[in-house]
Design a protein around this ligand. Structure first.
Ligand code: ADP
Length: 213
């Protein structure tokens, strides 16, 4: 099992744009969690010049999920040697097959399901900008950087994700709805599921309180 006594594994569920990345970044920066974001790992692969990179790029831009075998393998490889760390899983698992796979080698302590209304989600994704260096997430409507289109921390120019377009968002939301409910039921049965509806600072405070940070 991938956890020693005092360490915790936190899993973040939620639609695209629900705030998984923001919370995971916060836990990473403020509390030193190891942040594993499958979307980010896939985006790194797409930068390579390979058949796999092109295949993944197509899947991401079609708003579909990458196949479970590849995703599971990627996660397992990236968790090697992390036994002693607090871990936050951002965007994995995304279906019950993945959850069952994860369950074989990793004990999950908390599952937070970030629930946000669809109109807010769409505005968040359309307005999302990311620092390609430190992965800090900004938003042109809700969370502006201090200097226009530049990261507050390393001052790099912010980028927009290729899949953050209105067409792809709709497909991603469809895909999310298809797989999410069984995943929620799976973790509810395990008694570790918590639905979260707060946003912004109150959301952060709630998470800190639950995790006793
Ligand atoms: P979001 O939650 O905003 O959709 P992510 O960065 O988590 O963004 O994911 C981007 C894309 O990467 C997804 O649309 C999907 O194609 C792929 N992806 C990420 N995580 C997984 C996963 N656990 N299983 C399959 N595909 C994934």
């Amino acid at each position: 099992m991938l956890r020693c006594d005092k360490k915790m594994v936190v899993l973040l569920l939620g639609a695209p744009g629900a705030g998984k990345g923001t919370i995971a970044n916060f836990l990473e920066k403020e509390y030193g969690f190891f942040h594993l974001a499958t979307g980010q790992l896939f985006r790194q692969i797409t930068k390579q010049n390979s058949v796999l990179a092109n295949k993944i790029k197509k899947i991401i831009n079609a708003g579909k999920l990458v196949n479970d075998t590849l995703t599971n393998k990627l996660v397992k490889n990236n968790l090697v040697g992390k036994k002693a760390e607090n871990i936050v899983l951002d965007g994995y698992p995304r279906n019950v097959m993945q959850a069952k796979y994860l369950n074989k080698f990793c004990k999950i302590d908390y599952v937070f399901d970030l629930c946000v209304k669809e109109n807010i989600i769409i505005k968040r994704i359309i307005g999302r900008r990311i620092c390609p260096i430190c992965q800090t997430i900004y938003n042109i409507y809700y969370k502006k950087p201090k200097q226009w289109n530049h990261c507050n921390f390393d001052h790099h120019i912010l980028i927009k994700r290729d899949d953050d377009t209105i067409q792809t968002i709709k497909l991603r939301l469809q895909e999310y709805k298809k797989f999410n409910q069984p995943l929620v039921t799976y973790y509810q049965k395990k008694g570790i599921y918590k639905k979260i509806t707060l946003m912004g600072k109150r959301l952060i405070t709630q998470i800190e309180k639950i995790l006793k940070l």
